[in-house]
Design a protein around this ligand. Sequence first.
Ligand SMILES: [Zn+2]
Length: 495
Amino acid sequence: MLRVLIAGIAQEISSFNPVATEYELFSIQRAEEVVEVNRGTSTAIAGAMEVFDSKIDVQFVTTVAAKAVSAGPMSAKCWSTLSTEFIDSLRPYVGEVDAIYLSLHGAMGGETELDPEGWVLEQTRALFGDDIPIIFSLDLHGILTAKMLRFGSGVTSYQTYPHVDLHDTGMRAASLLLKIVAGAKPVVARVRIPAIVRGDELKTDSGCFGDQIRKIKSLEAEGKILSGGFLIGNPFTDVPELCSQAFIVTDDNPSDAEQIALELTAAFWDNREKMQSNLIPLVESVGKASSMAGPIIFTDAADAPSSGSPGDSNSIIAELARTNYPHSVLAPVTDAPAVKKAVAAGVGGRFTATVGGALDPRFTPLEFDFEVKLISDGNYILESWGAPQFSGITAVVTSGVFTLVLTSLPVSLFDRSLFLGHGLDPEKFHSIVVKSPHCQPRFFDDWAEHNFNVDAPGSTSANLRSLGHTTCARPIFPLDEQVAFNPSAEIYENK
Ligand SMILES: [Zn+2]
């Protein structure tokens, strides 16, 4: 009987979000809870469990699965508490298991630890020794580090953007693990590219990046490689090894692994200019939209909580107000102090408050006289896949042409549900601010006259040069002018 341990720890951060992630932001399942919460879902852990469940000679135990929504870097206290809990949960199983699967993200970061997942792999290896395989999986936006590769035995990563293959990634990780147990000798080659990228060309079914992914998938299907992936990193996670990179895992064949990874990265490098966002200046966006019939979408991905921003940007609202915009506007803003004032005024009441910049000093608070239309406890259901969402106490307020959804907490906007859940139909407005880079077309684009991908300031701006990276290795495209790519493969031959 093969005994496998399953655990997970995941978050994606923006180093440019000034609000630290605290321990309380993590939702943590322990022991059997990990199985109960994941079974039958689309997570990577669910995928791995399905593979192990299908084998009569495999049993697994689960220890801790911790996950937080995107936000700023973990505080020192958060990481200390979380990392201790994670590693302590593994200790009872030393000598009791034969293999380990870790479901990771790869874009975590903390004030005191810039490679949390590398730390997890190093510590796990130190506990369990060199004789058991440790397989891990990452998000396509993960930053695979030398430490992860040194202490892990093999890796799988998402092969879709937008991500729809979490479950499959877990299944591939479990299959890789079983192949190693059965005798395969994993050799990993990875090639790092000094480039960070963003934009529509990264969509794997329509963009040029899809070519690299399809090549990897076909090599996997043909059995020529054990596993492969292409990671574009998260451009907002400013850590030393931030880059784009390909990794190929073969069965004891370092030269094939190297050759394939080199070919993949050469093609990617050639397309680097294409893989940048096409942003429209804020003043131009608002100016053009004011004379359009609408509906108009202002995509403000620079303040997307799903990418790690606090959601408290008012920069588009400020420009609309400054130009006396003549149309109705719907916009979400994270602003707990303004929500408190709305609650004190009550539905139908009036109050004066500033909006925006409550968390990120990049934004100057802007004062409005508001009327309160609705107050909610912030619980609503995601229209995309039915998951419960929570925005904290939330107020719908109006002022002139503006209808603002003021939330106490940052909210990832995947679709229209924040609006629908608060009695607002976005199609009834001329202009809607959408703080997300990746809503499916059916939610907004399909009924809008135009979508302006606005070049607004923010901690997750696709205008990568605007962010102020200080930590990643330089030079790197597009932050620096003269960047050369001298491809070379690192080879990791592991346990
Ligand atoms: Zn991702």
